[in-house]
Design a protein around this ligand. Structure first.
Ligand SMILES: C[S@@+](CC[C@H](N)C(=O)[O-])C[C@H]1O[C@@H](n2cnc3c(N)ncnc32)[C@H](O)[C@@H]1O
Length: 435
């Protein structure tokens, strides 16, 4: 067993024996620790030469000369690629009662100390170095990488220990369309550092259940037509929490900047000098059609798409069915939006799909045309949240041909069911399809 220690090398002399590429990472770590590095080697690699040219290290361009090279050193780092030289340097260091370490990847049998493998975690309270010690260097490396991944992906609670006024922050995190596995790694990492999470209704709420009990979750979920917390109140809340010195994640559905009022929240915080990070999310405008097998563009079928709120009167959009229109919040005014597109020149047989609760276990898809989608939606009782896709790309949905050919026009008012596999999850998703 060895005793793990941290050495304060600031302003202290460290001798490095060897100048090849294997010593480079250690030399950089020594310089980061503000050690005074003297390097002994008859030749050096380009990186070491560059450090010597910039006077960041002292380079003695010759063979190792024995104990005299190590006098006054607090630490000796050995990695010359020559076993005789390395053994001599370790032995001399021991004679002088100076600790010696071997650079990773070289023999460490005669070294008196061992370098750990390390990773650095950035937390709201500063950087933390995690060091892994093991006689088996590869094992130490594997464990360190696993810890780094765990830190990176937000698996470790890095919340600040106590709020300090003036150090608060806000992150507007796009959570994707509702499933927790479409939240980005960056978003997860910020959640692991937040003191307060302000969550939307359509955010991936499953992640909230895994937050430590000390994290305050504030639910500002808005039902359509029932704005439980007005936008101004949400802005004020973010500002107040951050000004109190807390880290705040504003967890939103989809992408914060796609019909999500993220811009307003950012401006409100910045007006108070609060640092804001905006983390993009997977938008439902693209992901929900994809979950129903509908690409919003497709070579030879559609070259572009428009995302628009269906909550208000539709703006002008290209009339051709080769331009995809995606309506968010479009259920309430579906009949009026369809009528507006017909009036603007889209043909009545332009395909339409309404995807409710996309990517969630009870996803349902209703297909029709501009001429009959409102009636079809009424038959099956389409409800929010739903994405409406309008254009030729809808024909690319799995089973579209079967649906169209199998169902008699006389039965067009009747709802029927079908299902198709969800490529993202490799399982079957039930879908009621009406024609
Ligand atoms: C206020 S907008 C926010 C959109 C979000 N910023 C985005 O990028 O997805 C809310 C609308 O997004 C759509 N939506 C979000 N998640 C959805 C889901 N899982 N399934 C269907 N529609 C969804 C619905 O149209 C809903 O009314």
């Amino acid at each position: 067993m060895t005793l793990p220690v941290g050495l304060d090398l600031d302003g202290r002399r460290v001798v490095v024996v060897g100048g090849g590429p294997t010593v480079v990472p250690v030399v950089h770590d020594l310089l980061a620790a503000r050690a005074l590095v003297d390097l002994v080697a008859p030749w050096v690699c380009e990186d070491v030469a560059a450090l010597a040219v910039r006077d960041e290290i002292g380079w003695h361009g010759r063979e190792y000369a024995g104990c005299t090279d190590l006098l006054d050193a607090w630490l000796v780092v050995v990695g010359s690629d020559d076993v005789t030289t390395d053994t001599a340097a370790h032995t001399d260091a021991e004679r002088l009662r100076t600790w010696s370490v071997a650079v990773p990847g070289t023999s460490s049998d005669t070294a008196t100390a061992r370098l750990p493998r390390t990773t650095v975690a950035t937390t709201p309270d500063g950087a933390v170095t995690v060091a892994t010690h093991s006689p088996d260097d590869l094992l130490a490396l594997d464990v360190t990488r696993a810890v780094a991944l765990h830190l990176e992906t937000g698996g470790v609670d890095l919340r600040r220990r106590s709020p300090r006024p003036g150090t608060g922050w806000v992150a507007l995190v796009g959570g994707g369309p509702g499933t927790d596995d479409l939240l980005t790694t960056r978003g997860r990492r910020l959640l692991a550092a937040a003191d307060v999470v302000v969550a939307d209704r359509l955010a991936p709420r499953a992640v909230l259940a895994h937050l430590p009990a000390t994290v305050r979750v504030i639910d500002v979920g808005k039902e359509p037509g029932r704005h439980t917390v007005p936008q101004e109140a949400v802005n004020d809340l973010l500002v107040a929490e951050a000004l109190a010195g807390r880290g705040v994640v504003r967890l939103k559905g989809g992408d914060p900047y796609v019909l999500g009022r993220g811009g307003e929240e950012r401006l409100a915080c910045e007006a108070h000098g609060i640092p804001v990070e905006v983390v993009p999310g997977v938008t439902s405008a693209v992901a929900v059609p994809a979950a129903a097998g509908i690409p919003v563009t497709h070579r030879g079928v559609a070259r572009g798409f428009t995302v628009v709120t269906g909550h208000d009167e539709l703006p002008a959009v290209p009339p051709g069915t080769d331009h995809t229109v995606v309506l968010l919040m479009g259920v309430g005014r579906l009949a009026r939006s369809a009528a507006a597109l017909l009036a603007a020149g889209r043909p009545a047989d332009c395909p339409v799909a309404v995807i409710e609760r996309g990517l969630l276990p009870d996803q349902r898809v209703t297909v029709g045309t501009l001429g009959d989608i409102a009636a079809a939606a009424a038959v099956v009782g389409v409800a929010n949240p739903a994405v409406v896709v309008i254009g030729d790309v809808v024909r690319l949905a799995p089973d579209w041909d079967t649906i169209v050919h199998e169902v008699e026009p006389a039965h067009s008012e009747r709802a029927r069911s079908t299902s198709w596999s969800d490529p993202l999850r490799g399982r079957w998703v039930g879908a009621a399809v009406s024609r």
